[in-house]
Design a protein around this ligand. Structure first.
Ligand SMILES: [Cu+2]
Length: 157
């Protein structure tokens, strides 16, 4: 009975994560602590990010991105590795909590404006507007990848 209850709680929290923010068009009500989905009709600065594995590590290049407050960034992502990778932009706390959920449910896929998962050789984009100053995180939340080095920082000033 106890085991069943624990499982139900785990399922519930996974459902909350999966259903949580942001399946709509870019609008003010989708704002989060680290900004909001970008508006494709407004200008954006392109930042290219490469994902790869090398020497037992997994990396984003670059792993540090400077942004002016209010700036809209078009992350152009390329997976040059041999494994699936993803990029999830969020607060550090959110990404660390989310990483724990991914350990329980590794097949969980993201369909959110702040996240993109790519197969080897694939490319994709995230359009995000950073409306608040601060230091934010981007990570690959596939189990083991963040621990292998796959994270970076967005500094918004
Ligand atoms: Cu990865």
């Amino acid at each position: 009975m106890l085991r069943h209850a624990a499982f139900a709680v785990a399922m519930l929290s996974a459902a909350t994560v999966a259903a949580s923010p942001g399946h709509g068009p870019a609008q003010g009500h989708d704002a989060r602590a680290y900004g909001e989905p970008g508006d494709p009709h407004r200008p954006a600065r392109v930042v290219q990010v490469t994902m790869r594995e090398s020497d037992g590590r997994m990396t984003f290049t670059p792993d540090r991105i400077l942004v002016r407050r209010g700036e809209q960034i078009r992350f152009v992502l390329r997976n040059r590795g041999a494994l699936d990778h993803e990029l999830v932009v969020a607060t550090l706390d959110e990404n660390l909590a989310h990483a724990k959920e991914m350990e329980k449910f590794p097949e969980m896929e993201h369909d959110d404006p702040n996240a993109k998962r790519l197969r080897p050789g694939a490319s994709g984009e995230i359009l995000w507007r950073f409306t608040r100053a601060g230091a934010f995180d981007f990570s690959c939340l596939i189990p083991g990848h963040r621990e292998a080095g796959m994270f970076g920082t967005v500094i918004v000033k």
